[in-house]
Design a protein around this ligand. Structure first.
Ligand SMILES: NC(=O)c1ccc[n+]([C@@H]2O[C@H](COP(=O)([O-])OP(=O)(O)OC[C@H]3O[C@@H](n4cnc5c(N)ncnc54)[C@H](O)[C@@H]3O)[C@@H](O)[C@H]2O)c1
Length: 275
């Protein structure tokens, strides 16, 4: 038995975080596409890690419970990386809400029951959540704390009008959800936070940069105060700080890492939104 890192959705970002935080641990990689889990396992095995690859669907509670059983058979679950997600150009509204909003919320409920003492989790949210049209305090509270099974029936969630709005709603929920869950996770001596990246070069970002919203994303990239896109390794460096011993006082928080895109959106020269 060795300590275990569980990575759900080991794509560009999930894999980079796993590699950075998992020395001496077994890494369990679970992805909707078995071939993605296998490919990540191969890369990480060649980098010195013990790995197990599984097919799993983050929007299916039974599937996540099976991942947990497998992880527990390998050792105590010290880290959870929730990096599974679909973007506005990759899926219809229903799928985005089911995977990104419901799936992440349900997953946090399930892992909150089994994390090892001193364990830590991170959810990959998005700067998109910061561009949401304002929600009421009551709506925010529901996104943070309503049972996961009730979320998709909420009127303001059901009524999203586009895949972009569904993605923004989901990511707003992810960042609020860790606040709601931090209290539950603390009962097991575990911490949970989220990271909200801007454009980070991965297969998902490439789909956005060259898909139906290419113009919007290319414009965002051009206006980025940092002058470039980010890399998965930069997200992993932040995750390592939050999840490791130096982050021991951090829980229930969201961290923007977007090269200044949100700052530019609200306060840049062509900002269209009030502060
Ligand atoms: N790359 C970016 O620019 C960026 C920016 C902000 C937020 N994010 C978020 O980061 C997370 C990781 O994205 P990435 O850029 O590493 O993308 P990626 O495409 O490299 O990885 C995402 C992985 O999630 C898996 N997945 C999709 N649906 C799933 C499901 N139902 N169950 C299990 N696995 C599933 C995919 O198969 C893929 O392997 C996503 O939630 C994304 O929204 C990415």
């Amino acid at each position: 038995m060795s300590d275990v890192t569980v990575v759900i959705g080991p794509g560009g970002i999930g894999q980079a975080i796993a590699r950075r935080i998992s020395s001496g641990r077994h890494i369990l990689l679970a992805d909707y596409r078995q071939e993605a889990a296998d490919a990540a396992a191969k890369v990480l095995e060649n980098a010195g890690f013990e790995t197990t690859a599984l097919r799993a669907d983050v929007s299916d509670r039974a599937s996540i419970q099976a991942v947990i059983r497998k992880a527990q058979s390998l050792g105590p679950i010290k880290a959870l990386v929730q990096a599974a997600g679909v973007s506005p150009s990759q899926a219809p509204i229903e799928a985005i809400l089911k995977v990104d909003l419901y799936g992440t919320s349900m997953l946090l409920e399930e892992f909150g029951k089994v994390m090892a003492q001193g364990g830590s989790g991170v959810v990959i949210s998005s700067q998109s959540g910061y561009r949401m049209p304002a929600l009421t305090a009551e709506q925010d509270a529901l996104l943070a704390t309503a049972p996961a099974d009730a979320l998709l029936a909420l009127d303001f969630v059901k009524n999203v009008e586009s895949t972009m709005h569904a993605y923004q709603m989901s990511k707003r929920c992810n960042s609020l959800r860790v606040r709601g869950e931090a209290v539950n996770w603390a009962k097991r001596g575990a911490r949970i936070n989220s990271i909200s990246p801007g454009i980070i070069v991965t297969p998902l970002a490439n789909d956005e940069l060259h898909g139906e919203r290419a113009e919007f994303y290319q414009a965002m990239l051009k206006k980025m105060p940092a002058g470039r896109a980010g890399t998965p390794d930069e997200v992993a460096a932040l995750a390592a700080l939050i999840m490791g011993p130096e982050g021991g006082f951090i829980t229930g928080s969201d961290f923007l890492i977007d090269g200044g895109a949100t700052a530019n959106f609200y306060y840049g020269p062509d900002a269209t939104k009030p502060a």
